[in-house]
Ligand binder design. Structure first.
Ligand code: CP
Ligand code: NVA
Length: 321
């Protein structure tokens, strides 16, 4: 597959099967060389990054800032209080200025259209650090975690039980491309975006995977390898809490949900986690992968940035994906 150098990453919808695999390979390679072999790899020396955050973050900020520094780069963390973006200066002007001053921009925004505008006006790669529509960099970490745990992804079944949100949308844009079946349960009224359902169905036909959409959590969990969920109340939805708590009744992932999954089941959650969507027994069980998953946020953002900014080729053989 060709180089990803110069590309942006707003959604995995724009990335082919081979491209996603090459990102996982690069991430795995950096993890191997740096964590295991303790190599020093200043491949981003002299590079700088603007990190724009309209919302809070623990993992995205830490993994990106420390990962970029580990490779020799310098990043600037800019919240809405720090940067003029959208308040005192247009998105267009900000994008053009940042393109003159840094090599790459990561932005966490409310509206996905802000990313699209930044991308239209910038001449450097833009990375989506979470928008209302997608969370692509989370899903790279999730698939690396599953690849490491199961030895390969092809033929795995992932069950999403919860809100039809940004994180789910990114699973839907990547799963079939990796040979992964998706079984989704969302309450009525909380389904994923219709256009993305259609795209996921098209992808599953193209790649020969299953794509199931139901409102029954047990049906979604049935025969699955991976149970996954996310908060029922995403950032910006705080006002809807009362209604959502009621509408999501019966959706908490527990050992009862896991009892219909495969014996080798595991659990994923992008975090931050609340009690309501998964109980402690599952969340802290020995089968839960949530903390390795959080670590892999770092190796995957590093793999992505290296792929978008350099001609780096992995040194380890491509893992079985
Ligand atoms: N999963 C995730 O993106 O976490 P943060 O909100 O802490 O960045
Ligand atoms: N769906 C959550 C993900 C947080 C990482 C949100 O948008 O707030």
């Amino acid at each position: 597959s060709g180089s990803l150098k110069g590309r942006s990453c707003l959604t995995l919808k724009d990335f082919s099967s081979d491209e996603i695999k090459s990102l996982l390979w690069a991430s795995s390679d950096l993890k191997h060389r740096i964590k295991l072999e303790k190599q020093y790899l200043p491949i981003l020396q002299g590079k700088s990054m603007a990190m724009i955050f309209e919302k809070r973050s623990t993992r995205t900020r830490m993994s990106t800032e420390t990962g970029f520094a580990l490779l020799g780069g310098h990043s600037c963390f800019l919240t809405s209080q720090d940067i003029h973006l959208g308040v005192n200066e247009s998105c267009r002007d900000t994008a053009r200025v940042l393109s003159r001053q840094c090599d790459i921009v990561l932005a966490r925004v409310y509206s996905h259209s802000t990313l699209e505008e930044l991308d239209r006006e910038a001449s450097v790669p833009i990375i989506n650090g979470l928008s209302d529509l997608y969370h692509p960099i989370q899903i790279l970490a999730d698939f690396l975690t599953l690849q490491e745990h199961y030895g390969s992804l092809q033929g795995l079944t992932v069950s999403w039980i919860g809100d039809g949100n940004n994180v789910l949308h990114s699973f839907m844009m990547a799963a079939a491309k990796l040979g992964v079946h998706l079984r989704i349960a969302t309450p009525k009224g909380y389904e994923p975006e219709m256009s993305l359902i259609q795209e996921a169905q098209r992808l599953s036909r193209e790649h020969g995977t299953q794509f199931l959409l139901t409102d029954d959590p047990m049906e979604a969990a049935h025969g699955s390898n991976v149970l996954v969920t996310d908060t029922w109340i995403s950032m910006g939805q705080e006002e809807e809490k009362k209604k959502r708590m009621k509408d999501f009744e019966g959706y908490q992932i527990t050992m009862k949900t896991a009892s219909v999954a495969k014996p080798d089941w595991t659990f994923l959650h992008c975090l931050p986690r609340k009690m309501e969507e998964v109980d402690d027994e599952v969340f802290y069980s020995s089968l839960s992968l949530v903390f390795p998953e959080s670590e892999n946020r770092k190796w995957t953002i590093m793999g992505l940035i290296v792929a978008l900014l350099t001609d780096y080729s992995p040194q380890i053989p491509m893992p079985k994906i």
